[in-house]
Ligand binder design. Structure first.
Ligand SMILES: [Zn+2]
Ligand SMILES: [Zn+2]
Length: 215
């Protein structure tokens, strides 16, 4: 009898925890949808089909408003002629003057030039952890960069993965050990191709929690 009663109490408790988690999850999703806006900023000329595909993909992933913002001109002082690359932190700094996002808003710059930071040959992108600003480069996501025939579908998949990854950082997510998770660190394009465009269950849960805590 006593054991049965204990099992019933544990059962009730588990049901409560389950529903509690479920409701919490819903709440976080709604909150993100209502309060967060993601601005896509073309840095220099970016083809409209790329921006439109990204707008759609990010809206689905983050369940959030996404807006294509006006173009930011490429800052020529960020160009390093010896490396034939743009200095990523300088472009990130230009954002702060160009657009003033709201407290919950995120900004993703898209540039069709190769980027670098000190100490690295190149970067696919950069983001402020738990901040507003992020940037991705399209250059190395194209097959043609490696002398291969162009593949539009693969290019868009890679673009979405890089965009979700950098935006994930702005929401406060760090790198994930799960090689299939979009938050896994891409050391090379092979890593990008191996991972999915989605968050693993752990990162998804964390994202819901982080977006809830930004009130
Ligand atoms: Zn990262
Ligand atoms: Zn993960």
């Amino acid at each position: 009898m006593r054991i049965h009663r204990q099992i019933r109490i544990i059962g009730l408790l588990l049901t409560f925890i389950f529903f509690g988690t479920f409701i919490h999850g819903l709440g976080a999703g709604n909150r993100l949808k209502m309060e967060t806006k993601i601005y896509l900023v073309p840095v220099g000329n970016i083809e409209s089909w790329v921006l439109e595909a990204l707008e759609k993909g990010l809206r689905e992933t983050f369940n959030s408003n996404v807006e294509i913002f006006r173009k930011m001109e490429l800052a020529q002082e960020a160009f390093n002629s010896e490396r034939n690359q743009y200095f990523c932190p300088q472009i990130m700094n230009s954002f702060r003057i160009f657009i003033e996002p709201g407290k919950q808003d995120k900004v993703l710059g898209i540039i069709d030039e190769d980027l670098y930071v000190h100490g690295l040959n190149f970067v696919f992108g950069q983001a402020e952890l738990g901040g507003h600003f992020s940037l991705i480069s399209l250059s190395r996501l194209r097959q043609s960069f490696y002398g291969l025939p162009e593949n539009k579908k693969l290019f868009l998949e890679r673009t979405k993965k890089e965009a979700v990854h950098e935006l994930g950082h702005t929401f406060g997510l760090e790198h994930c050990p799960d090689s299939k998770c979009v938050m896994h660190f891409s050391n090379s394009l092979m890593d990008t191709d191996r991972k999915s465009a989605s968050f693993c269950s752990r990162c998804k849960k964390l994202l819901d929690k982080l977006t809830k805590n930004t009130d």
